[in-house]
Design a protein around this ligand. Sequence first.
Ligand SMILES: Cc1cc2nc3c(=O)[nH]c(=O)nc-3n(C[C@H](O)[C@H](O)[C@H](O)COP(=O)(O)O)c2cc1C
Length: 313
Amino acid sequence: MAGVKPAVVVDLAGVVCPLPVLAASGGLAPGGGATLVDLRRLGGVVTRGLTLGPRRGGPTPRMAETPAGLLSWTGLQNPGVERFLLEDLPRLEQAGVPVVVSIAGSSVEEFLRLVGLLQHRPAIVALEVYLGAPDEERGRGRPFAARLDRAVEVVGAVARMSRLPVFAKLPYLEPDLVETARACVRAGAHGLTMIDGVPGLAVDADRLRPELASPIGLLSGPAIKPIALAAVHRVAQELPDVPIMGVGGVATGRDAVEFLLAGAWAVQVGTAMLVDPAAPVEIARGILAYLKEKQLESPAALRGRLRPPRGAP
Ligand SMILES: Cc1cc2nc3c(=O)[nH]c(=O)nc-3n(C[C@H](O)[C@H](O)[C@H](O)COP(=O)(O)O)c2cc1C
């Protein structure tokens, strides 16, 4: 086995990425962050969650640092799909990077109109349905993911209409994560992205105020890595043939390897890119070094290879 030269390309059951490390939704500045990172060195880019019209986002402050993560609530700030197609997508196309577009409708109809506008551009390799988007149609602003019937309805409608593979982006759901994941796949999702940020509150005790205007935000970064790993592990054990993109606290090659061992097919990087936009490049290098060390041929060789716990029968 000496001299094994690992290949890092990954095939998410038909969605091919040159590297198993993608920029997560929100990881790149609007406009593709093209000046901050060499997009050609990413396995792919997941865009900000897009709505039909532009969104200015929620009131400020929208971000707070916590001891092991970032608390944020952007209120889905985005340029809207038309401006994305005119300004951002051409830059991503030029870089030749696979683009996954995150869609964040507030009704099933808005999701479907987004699909109609997006699905014929060759650089777009997949759609990611943001189930954390507020359901203004029937959920009184609660996320689509909060109700299994709504999650299934929106994923099913998008998958039926879309010519592109569809990934459902899930938060950690207790106790229904596996059931929701399975239902999304049955409804037509090609794959799953897990997880979204975890709800949290940061308190400024000096001013007796919450730190964010929202005031509850989503926690991301190192603090949520074990939660994201648990989600990936639980779902991958039940649905081993479904491509999973693991996201939550990936900052190093070692973190990424942990996700692959837990059952992810690829990883996405959000918060770590806000600290260092080139983080995915180092993460991909770290995966490659690990593969070489273990004399394995590809990231797929790591998938789900977690052994039973010490002392297990
Ligand atoms: C500033 C910011 C904006 C985000 N915007 C989106 C978004 O528009 N759509 C989405 O699906 N996830 C969004 N996310 C969530 C990330 O894609 C990711 O699921 C989460 O942050 C966990 O990964 P991380 O720990 O690597 O950041 C955002 C995260 C951050 C920090």
